[in-house]
Design a protein around this ligand. Structure first.
Ligand SMILES: [Fe+2]
Length: 315
């Protein structure tokens, strides 16, 4: 049976995430509840949530067994050339690389662990499922999402208690609602383009122009595809202004740390790519930095690590 090969914390500056919820100075709003029926109806009335592809169902069924059949899982993934290529590339990426480059899905499974590989399969299937108009835009979206996922993993590696692979996986999925909205609403690309040019927060513009937002749609998509509840919850809440002050029962501390790594990665990747940042905003970024206990020197180091990792990933 394959197991996840975890990379130990890389730097001595790592500190445990701080629970900024205790004693927070801001008033605590009532916690967001489960999606209401009204919210779900509104989303399903306007958005076509794609069904779960067969390869994802097969891979998840295998991964959920007490003892997954790695050979069978490798065979399922290898049958899809694109899937196999993505899996092997990730196993050789700076985040997971250990020793000589590997060339087979079977070896990638051993290095990444079954759960990670299934998440990669789901992300690749998602990308395939959401192909359509705005191909050039979508290519840019996935390139940036991959960079944010890598960056989130790099940040998690510096921290105690945050799994780099969980941070990577969460980051891959957290904005899955964006391509769905792009496919559904012809005006969405225009709204996004404005946000990119002005730095207006995308989620605020979505509230202004559309009947739903990408966190809600993304969370419904991953719920429909049978992904784990903590992932669903973190996606749903990642733009809530009070996300760093929610009670543990609403959002578990581990999920909050995943959100924080992504908040920081989004901002830093935006800086590296020379883009205006329209996803996180200054307030959530500042809270993420406090939550993870990062100093300005830590942030500079993370920034450097990310530039290096992105350059290596391009090779
Ligand atoms: Fe988002």
């Amino acid at each position: 049976m394959s197991t996840t090969l975890r990379t130990p914390p890389a730097h001595g500056t790592a500190k445990p995430p701080q629970d900024t919820r205790a004693g927070g100075v801001e008033p605590i709003a009532p916690p967001p509840q489960e999606l209401t029926n009204e919210e779900i109806d509104k989303v399903f009335a306007t958005i076509d949530i794609p069904p779960c592809p067969a390869i994802v169902i097969d891979a998840m069924r295998e991964a959920q067994k007490d003892i997954p059949d790695v050979v069978r899982l490798a065979k399922t993934i290898s049958a899809d050339v694109g899937m196999a290529a993505i899996t092997i590339k990730l196993a050789n990426s700076p985040l997971f690389r250990a020793g000589a480059p590997i060339t087979t899905v079977r070896r990638a499974l051993e290095r990444l662990g079954t759960i990670n590989v299934v998440c990669v399969v789901v992300a690749a299937a998602l990308r395939e499922t959401l192909k359509g108009p705005s191909a050039a835009f979508l290519d840019g979206y996935w390139a940036k999402t991959s960079a944010v996922a890598l960056g989130s993993g790099m940040i998690a590696k510096r921290q105690y208690g945050i799994s780099p692979d969980a941070a990577y996986t969460y980051a891959l999925f957290h904005d899955a609602g964006i391509p769905l909205m792009l496919r559904r609403y012809p005006e969405y690309e225009k709204v996004l383009t404005i946000c990119r040019a002005t730095g207006d927060l995308l989620v605020d513009s979505e509230k202004d122009y559309f009947p739903c937002t990408h966190p809600v749609i993304g969370s419904l998509l991953v719920r429909n595809w049978g992904l784990p509840a903590p992932l669903i919850n973190a996606i749903r809440l990642h733009h809530e202004r009070d996300v760093y002050h929610l009670p543990d029962a609403t959002l578990h501390g581990n999920s909050l740390s995943l959100i924080a790594t992504t908040h920081i990665a989004e901002r830093l990747i935006g800086q590296i790519l020379g883009e205006k940042e329209y996803e996180v905003g200054q307030a959530l970024f500042d809270r993420a930095v406090v939550h993870l206990g990062l100093s300005s020197e830590d942030l500079e180091d993370v920034h450097e690590d990310m530039i290096q990792a992105l350059n290596e990933a391009k090779r």
